[in-house]
Design a protein around this ligand. Structure first.
Ligand code: PYC
Length: 318
């Protein structure tokens, strides 16, 4: 298998460019489900030690259902598939540009939750018009052990988010372990209280928001991803969900630029237009850089070929 690694605003994407699994026929969402069920070992093999680390997001390029799309993409992290991934989309666009497979201009990528439009402004700067995003629940309240009453909004931006404007601690790097611990407890409390996204979907991304460190930014965030790592980028789908909440509150006008800062200080520029389904259609712009190309080997005698702690099964040959 051959992968190309990139980072978008500090957050890594590992794109499988050769030798990925054959997912069979069906709609992209069905093929993505098959990837999650039958090829789970690939998540462990590519995204955990000894080859990876748990902040990595993988991207599997697949034939799109819609012929107007340049590619289909299944995003995944160590916990499972992601619906959409903003930083990953920017990373895939930079990767395809690096390979000379796309030129500057506008194209479409298909994801299991919808088609996104990608404008490659240069080799490294990419704007993504995301799927329609919306607030699902306002002022959801949970009792969280050690934190007390926590109030936030549940919103969709291509993944499900709980967004809390009162961070339990200042949003600085020294507090990442404590913020991670707090966010994990919020996520468990939400699940325990039956607070979900549409159709009972698990809210698997937790975000705390606070004031930015740069005067050029509007807000800073900390994002807990489903696999348990924090997002080094400002989180593209999370920023989309944030814009949906700001729009619903009348706090951000269509077309106005919102600069979202991550916990490491990297930024996305974002704006939105009205969607056709009552939500908003956000555009997120960020920068990605290719950092490496690797041929990955799976030696049959290697007990950790699917990653430390991963179960060898299916086509991993275990
Ligand atoms: O940028 O949308 C995103 C994202 C989701 C999980 C990690 N990054």
């Amino acid at each position: 298998m051959r992968v190309i690694d990139s980072h978008t605003a500090g957050e890594p994407t590992r794109t499988i460019v050769e030798g990925g699994p054959e997912l069979g026929p069906g709609k992209l969402a069905e093929r993505a489900a098959r990837f999650e069920e039958r090829h789970a070992w690939i998540r462990g093999a590519l995204l955990t030690e000894p080859r990876g680390f748990d902040a990595m997001v993988g991207a599997l390029l697949c034939p799109p259902d819609d012929p107007s799309c340049a590619t289909g993409i299944v995003f995944f992290d160590t916990a499972g598939n992601l619906g959409m991934c903003g930083h990953g989309t920017i990373g895939v666009a930079a990767t395809l540009a690096f390979q000379g497979r796309i030129a500057a201009g506008t194209l479409r990528f298909e994801t299991p939750v919808g088609i996104v439009t990608v404008e490659a402004k240069s080799a490294n700067t990419v704007a993504v018009e995301n799927v329609e995003s919306y607030r699902w629940r306002t002022g959801a309240t949970v009792e969280v052990e050690g934190l007390g009453r926590v109030v936030g909004d549940v919103a969709w931006g291509g993944n499900w988010f709980f967004q809390c404007g009162q961070a339990p601690l200042p949003l600085v790097m020294e507090n990442v372990p404590a913020l991670t611990d707090a966010a994990v407890r919020v996520r468990e409390a939400l699940a325990g209280a039956g607070i979900t996204g549409a159709g009972g979907a698990r809210v698997d991304h937790i975000q705390f928001f606070g004031p930015p460190s740069s005067p050029a930014a509007d807000s800073r965030n900390f994002t807990l991803c489903p696999g348990g790592a924090y997002d080094r980028s400002p989180c593209g789908t999370g920023t989309s969900a944030r814009l949906a909440c700001l729009a619903a509150d009348g706090a951000l006008a269509p077309g106005r630029t919102w600069v979202q800062e991550s916990i490491i200080g990297s930024t996305y520029r974002a704006h939105y237009r009205a969607g056709s389904g009552g939500g908003i259609v956000p555009t997120i712009e960020g920068r990605a850089f290719v950092v490496g190309e690797t041929v990955v080997h799976f030696a049959p005698g290697d007990p950790y070929r699917a990653g430390i702690g991963s179960v060898l099964s299916g086509d991993a040959g275990g």
